[in-house]
Design a protein around this ligand. Sequence first.
Ligand code: HEM
Length: 392
Amino acid sequence: MYYNGKADPLSEHLFNIEGTKWRPLRAQISPTFSSGKLKSMFSTVLDCGNELGEQIEKLRISKGYMNIREMGAHYTTNVIGACFFDLKCNCFENPNNELRRHNRTFFKNGIEKAMRIFALRSFPSLCKLMGVLVIDKEITDFYAKAVKEIFDHRESSEIKKKDFLQLLIDLKNGTNNKRQLLTLQQAAGQCLLFFVAGFETSSLAMSYVFYEIGQDQKMQDKLREEVRRAIKKYDGKITYDGIMEMTYMTQVFTEALRKYPIVPTLERVTVKDYKIPGEDVIIEKGTKVLISVQGIHHDPDYYPDPQKFDPERFSPENKRALHPCAFLTFGEGPRNCPGIRFGVMQTKVAMAIMLKDYRYTVNPKSLNMKLTNKSQLLAPDGEVLINIEKIN
Ligand code: HEM
């Protein structure tokens, strides 16, 4: 994707950079999401989940409903901050803190931003020459300053952790057997990417899940039973193994991401001429290809009755029969999302905590949810209000 290392140094992050620059960085970053690392982060995710649970109880008492988009975004920002940056973001106590404010505007499109994105996708060389920015200047300034402070603090203290923050510091300094791959600003770019790739995607996923199960109590009961069974099996606790065993929950989550693919298009550039099998079409080397995930996910050849929300599409036997590229919410191939398992884990922890003691219905104000064209992601137009009811 377009980036501009000179005018807009934070845009030079993993998601945007190409081939030879991307490969070594991806190889360094991928182990951040290994099973061992995920397990070690679990208790931190659970702490953030318990804070979410407390907020839900407060909102139940005060209003009887919540805006799941905001709740989800506060929770996922807290999780990413704590797991990857050793930061306590306190988004529930301080919902308009600077980090939340900047992250909130990152994906928002006004006319000016939509035109800028159109220009830099259509005329990237000219835009590079003219120094067109892809990230708003306030966001760049905030992240560059914050990341410098965090790095300085870690480097000057005795703290030695084997976490993502340390990995970035090592890649910046060429320490601990790492090649020097990043400048300070490029490291800040990876931090920005982790926040924006990790928080809004998962919080939108939570919104779609609760919008759907809020309209189907039978499905919700089945989920709740699964959660309670796993908690009982593990001595009354939500555990990593318990979460992994909640397979019906994974089906519901996957179906939500099938019906509402949060990143609705994928982009690729051909590196050689490619003949589409069975067609008379050659895509020439260097062509930009836009893949409509939304189109594929709503193609009745792959998903009959595509508007129907049906988690059985992803039961073990049905999943086996699916075309390997029919589900593209996390992308596909070597450039797919490295954060899949983390994203799934943080969402499932939130769902388990939210479902075990409460019943949800969609607030009448939010029925017939519309999607917006003012976001780069597939997002609802406005709030998604969900009623909360305590059950014994
Ligand atoms: C429901 C949650 C998520 C969804 C739907 C999602 C979706 C995606 C998609 C569609 C891509 C592009 C894939 C491609 O072009 O093939 C991507 C890339 C990426 N995602 Fe995610 N993501 C999620 C969660 C996360 C999380 C939690 C993190 C990290 C904390 C993360 C980090 C990244 C990064 C770093 C890339 C760039 C990878 C590269 O270009 O090498 N994502 N994600």
